[in-house]
Write a protein that binds this ligand. Structure first.
Ligand code: HEC
Length: 112
């Protein structure tokens, strides 16, 4: 009986964590959507690039997008535009931007 109680308490705690995690992610996505307006001129409003030299960001894993932004910010990756864009970003900005682009759903279709 005691064990059962502990187990269900653990399950409840895990469920609460999952809900909190989901809410945090939704907040990140919303914040990222707003912040990504500064990026839309090149990467498009939905992360599908509008410039021939700018890559698509829609659907990219958050891990990848945040790693690139950190690399631009630190100077490990250099690009005349992106180094300037990434310089003022905080860790939170990066997490939110990455969450936003990762959450955009894309579809790929073979050429034929
Ligand atoms: C003036 C155009 C422009 C703006 C504005 C801009 N970018 Fe970029 N972005 C580029 C270009 C061009 C590249 C390719 C750079 C390179 O070759 O390293 C790039 C690359 C990136 C990459 C790397 C993608 C990859 O596939 O490796 C990320 C991530 C990124 N941008 C995010 C952002 C975010 C977030 C913002 C807004 C805060 C932003 N960019 C604003 C032009 C822009």
């Amino acid at each position: 009986m005691r064990r059962l109680y502990h187990r269900s308490a653990a399950a409840l705690a895990l469920a609460a964590l999952a809900v909190a995690g989901g809410a945090a992610r939704a907040n990140d996505i919303d914040a990222g959507r707003t912040k990504a307006q500064a990026c839309a001129v090149c990467h498009g409003p939905l992360g599908v690039s509008t410039q021939p030299d700018a890559p698509n960001l829609a659907g990219q894993p958050a891990l990848y997008v945040s790693a690139q932004l950190r690399a631009y910010r630190s100077g490990a990756r250099k690009h005349e535009v992106m180094s300037v864009m990434a310089k003022p970003l905080t860790d939170d900005d990066i997490a939110q931007l990455a969450a936003w682009y990762a959450a955009i759903r894309i579809e790929a279709t073979a050429p034929r």
